[in-house]
Design a protein around this ligand. Structure first.
Ligand code: BGC
Length: 369
């Protein structure tokens, strides 16, 4: 009896050991395959603050949450399209299974998407569309024509409220290689051009700004001021970086007050300039949902999980070669009046970040603290 029970016990223990080993093996296999892999995030530049302060950390945080074992290969191209090509090639060599690419040059990046496609690697065009390639699985961005319309309409409304009959404006657009810059410009012109034709507005100078460079924008504004004898009623700037350059040029030329200037990105410095009246408006684009959608899509593509139809709602954007399924988010115009209800409410910036001692008075006046 004792012998029998010992045998039973031994058999039970052995069974348990075998069973647990099988489970351990199974679960080990599950954890190494489930969620493992490599995704490359390729961002275009660092002078515009959003990429390092929002896009990258938001994307990394989301991916870490949904797939902690996935490795992110990160590169920033510093406005150099050739560097971005080699960064993308390095990522592919390194075993990236999905590329999330915000192209420095929307047309040149076709080479990257084509290469990835040839290797069976899906590409997500992040924020900027990749043109003329059949290798683009998704496009995630904002309604960028709307961005330009919001900027232009805010400027026009402001100039009207100032009672300027036929205002003279300067347009400082973004980089000619960025498809978004083209869309912002198109949106802005859709508002300005009918007024120009009706003799109610003058676009005295217009520039495309290579690399979205704030320094270049400053030079452009300086040239415009010289040519116009400092007579400028408003400045359309495509983003906060170019706005900073234009404002620096106007300050240097002694313009006081500085005429209304538009922007985009709700950069911290841009919000602070709005508070003290140096810049009139910016456009807030909530980066978190954009980066979250990119991380979710990238992981679905990596793990070959069907993408929920609700992600794109059937929306597509044509890139010259194909209709790319697209997620397009909504931009919001921000002036002094709604800083609190937009960027602060959303947690994009905390009051403590905006309202440093230098801005304390302006913050109180704007009801931020
Ligand atoms: C982005 C903007 C950014 C600009 C410069 C555009 O493609 O949409 O948010 O300010 O590039 O980097």
């Amino acid at each position: 009896m004792r012998k029998v029970s010992r045998i039973v016990l031994a058999a039970t223990v052995m069974f348990a050991v075998v069973l647990s080993a099988a489970f351990a093996g199974g679960s080990k296999e599950a954890s190494s395959s489930a969620g493992a892999g490599k995704i490359a995030l390729l961002l275009p530049e660092t002078k515009t603050t959003r990429y390092e302060t929002a896009d990258r950390p938001d994307f990394e945080a989301k991916l870490k949450e949904i797939a902690p074992n996935v490795q992110i290969i990160y590169s920033n191209a510093n406005q150099d399209a050739n560097l971005q090509l080699s960064q993308a090639e390095a990522a592919l060599t390194n075993g990236a299974q999905v590329l999330v690419l915000d192209p420095v040059d929307s047309a040149a990046a076709a080479v990257i998407a084509d290469k990835a496609k040839a290797q069976g690697v899906p590409v997500i065009a992040y924020d900027r569309l990749i043109l003329n390639s059949t290798g683009v699985s998704y496009y995630i961005s904002f309604d960028n024509v709307k961005v330009g319309q919001l900027q232009a309409q805010s400027l026009v409304n402001k100039l009207q409220s100032m009672g300027i009959a036929k205002p003279t404006i300067v347009m400082i657009n973004g980089s000619p290689t960025d498809n978004n810059a083209k869309l912002f410009k198109q949106g802005a012109h859709s508002v300005f051009d009918p007024l120009v034709q009706a003799g109610k507005l003058v676009i005295a100078k217009e520039y495309d700004t290579p690399d979205w460079s704030p320094d270049q924008a400053q030079n452009e504004m300086q040239q415009a001021l010289t040519a116009l004898g400092n007579k400028v009623d408003g400045v359309y700037c495509a983003n906060d970086g170019t706005a900073s350059g234009a404002i620096a040029a106007m300050k240097a030329a002694g313009l006081n007050p500085i005429p209304p200037v538009t922007g985009q990105d709700a950069e911290l410095a841009g919000i602070q300039r709005i508070l003290v009246g140096e810049q009139y408006m910016t456009v807030y684009k909530a980066i978190r949902p954009e980066a979250d959608a990119a991380a979710e899509l990238a992981y679905d593509l990596l793990s070959k999980t069907p993408v929920p139809a609700s992600m794109t709602d059937g929306q597509t954007v044509n890139n010259g070669k194909m209709d790319v399924p697209s997620v397009l988010l909504k931009p919001i115009a921000v002036t002094k009046d709604n800083i609190k209800d937009t960027v602060v409410k959303d947690g994009f910036w905390k009051v403590s970040q905006i309202c440093t001692s230098q801005y304390a008075q302006a913050c109180t006046a704007a009801g931020l603290q």
